[in-house]
Design a protein around this ligand. Structure first.
Ligand SMILES: Nc1ncnc2c1ncn2[C@@H]1O[C@H](COP(=O)(O)OP(=O)(O)OP(=O)(O)O)[C@@H](O)[C@H]1O
Ligand SMILES: [Mg+2]
Length: 255
């Protein structure tokens, strides 16, 4: 099929508007995410990055516009069809939240218990494989309180990958990490995208991360209530003539 070319679209956001109690957070947001790329959503605090992510995974109904994920209108699906689509996307939230009283391995088994009929032995095996993938084989039996912040982020990614979703959504994966740990996480995201063909949608405002992992990005802006840039972050840094975009990529102070 011609559509199965390298640039196959896996997410299509069309003319999306988000409003809470009549207050517009953003509007006229349109973009596409292609299979296997690392797509970054960036912008200052409060511009609506997490809100956009929640729309993309069907948690919030759009005020206007629509969202297609893997060929289906996620904002319109209900019941079993919706559950089936949600199984095909993995999410790691900004807060990261692992279950505190469960070991890392048990944390990864939770979605498998919920969504599959795999026997306990197979679930344990999948958990071990996923932890191995993020470099946490030795920590499978530890509790979340017994690991570092960087390890918790890795465990969160492993759990989001439990059901082998073709798309992973990560909200601020490197928030609160030191630069070296954060760079390690970036390398892991790139490796998973490259070697497993997983598509990533990553929210971040870490400039280093954006330049290291982002194939393409969009930038949201609170004042503009919408998108102010779209494209390859390295090119935006060199070529954008929007003052806010330039200020962000070049760390300039806005006049
Ligand atoms: N469920 C909700 N009800 C009402 N307002 C909301 C809701 N969710 C988000 N908002 C508002 O939408 C705006 C954008 O919030 P959002 O969390 O999406 O920002 P963000 O870009 O992710 O910020 P940060 O970088 O701090 O995480 C904020 O003004 C927030 O108060
Ligand atoms: Mg947020």
């Amino acid at each position: 099929m011609a559509e199965d070319s390298a640039a196959e679209t896996v997410i299509r956001v069309r003319d999306l508007a988000a409003r809470f109690d009549g207050r517009t957070i953003f509007e006229h947001v349109s973009f596409e995410v292609r299979r296997g790329e690392v797509f970054v959503i960036l912008g200052g605090s409060g511009c609506g990055k997490s809100t956009l992510l929640k729309h993309m995974i069907g948690l919030y109904p759009p005020a206007e516009g629509g969202i297609e994920v893997l060929g289906e209108r996620i904002d319109r699906l209900q019941g079993a069809a919706r559950t089936a689509l949600l199984r095909r996307i993995g999410v790691m939230w900004q807060s990261g939240a692992l279950f505190g009283s469960s070991t890392l391995a048990e944390n990864i088994e939770v979605p498998l218990e919920e969504h599959t009929s795999l026997p306990a032995e197979a679930r344990a095996l999948v958990a071990r494989v996923k932890l191995g993938l993020v470099g946490l084989s030795d920590a499978a039996g530890r509790l979340p309180a017994e690991i570092s912040g960087g390890m918790a982020k890795r465990a969160g990614i492993a759990r989001a990958m439990a059901l082998d979703p073709p798309i992973l959504f990560l909200d601020e994966p490197s928030a609160g990490l030191d630069p070296i740990t954060s760079a390690g996480l970036d390398a892991l995201i790139r490796q998973i995208a490259r070697e497993l063909g997983t598509t990533f949608v990553v929210v971040t405002h870490e400039l280093q991360s954006i330049l290291a992992i982002g194939d393409r990005c969009i930038m949201l802006d609170k004042e503009a209530k919408g998108m102010i840039a779209e494209g390859d972050p390295r090119r935006l840094r060199e070529e954008s003539d929007n003052p806010v975009v330039r200020a962000f990529f070049r760390r300039e102070v806005l006049e």
